[in-house]
Design a protein around this ligand. Structure first.
Ligand SMILES: [Mg+2]
Length: 279
């Protein structure tokens, strides 16, 4: 059995990628435009006073992962499709260009590759198509994947009061419990576990690429190998840090080396394995 034991499978079999600010740099300006659109949505569609929006969106984002998840938690009845088309409708998509370097890096890696984003499918497909990466992944886990059952209830009456989350934090009233959100999104551990289950991957054999430190930390707690993208600084929870996803080969030569080894095993290892099993 000795020879058989020496046949080692590659350490990883899946690469899980966040989308925005991970597969393209934050300097492209999509994130800042998106934040501006969310502010406009809160003002124009929900009638929240402009002066209250910065503190409110900050509290919601920090507490619930995304502003949308937070708005739902505190009592706003929001049509998800309308929200997504509003906040993603006017982004500077023209800044996203065909990325031949990333495309060839991804295609040269014979591992399962999956996108995991909090954004909606229309946005995800648009970004991947503009980057020329739409066929580099086996699937996209997005907002709709994790929130299929809980869309807008058009019959709901808006009679219930909105929870005052900014006031709640100002008073630090530990007696009152924060309302729960029906939206499942990163960085919640539950959202990551569900994504892993849907993609059918083993966290211990998966590398998670993300630009958000809190998502990375949450992924680490679940047992994923983590790579923080967008900075070369090491952070707690990140096994590696990459200034750009383009640095993948320099940072992880073993991904290609392992793949080559596996290819060799598959090519001429069959006989060796059979021999060792009967030995
Ligand atoms: Mg991101």
């Amino acid at each position: 059995m000795k020879e058989y034991d020496e046949v080692r499978l590659p350490k990883y079999d899946c690469l899980l990628f966040d989308l925005d600010d991970t597969l393209y740099p934050v300097s492209f300006g999509l994130q800042s435009a998106c934040s501006k659109n969310i502010t406009d949505y809160m003002s124009e569609k929900l009638g929240i006073k402009d002066g209250e929006i910065p503190d409110l969106s900050n509290a919601l984002y920090k507490t619930y992962g995304t502003t949308l998840a937070g708005l739902r938690a505190i009592g706003y009845n929001i049509n998800y499709d309308e929200y997504h088309s509003f906040v993603h409708g006017r982004l500077p998509y023209e800044n996203l260009k065909y990325d031949a370097v990333l495309r060839s890096l991804l295609l040269s890696l014979p591992y399962r590759k999956v996108i995991f984003t909090n954004a909606d499918r229309i946005h995800a497909v648009k970004v991947l198509t503009l980057l020329g990466l739409e066929d580099c992944f086996e699937g996209i886990i997005c907002f709709e994947t994790l929130n299929r059952q809980q869309n807008f209830n058009s019959d709901a009456t808006d009679s219930s009061p909105i929870f005052d989350i900014v006031g709640h934090f100002a008073k630090l009233d530990a007696e009152i419990e924060l309302p729960k959100t029906p939206v499942l999104c990163k960085p919640s551990g539950e959202s990551i576990l569900q994504a892993l289950q849907i993609a059918d991957v083993d966290p211990d054999r998966t590398i998670f690429f993300e630009d958000s430190v809190r998502n990375i930390q949450s992924g680490k707690r679940i047992g994923l190998h983590t790579v923080l993208v967008g900075t070369s600084q090491r952070m707690k929870g990140a096994d590696h840090s990459l200034e750009s996803i383009h640095n993948l080969r320099e940072a992880f030569p073993e991904l290609w080396e392992d793949a080559k080894k596996l290819e060799e095993i598959l090519y001429d290892g069959k006989v060796a394995i059979e021999t060792s099993v009967t030995a």
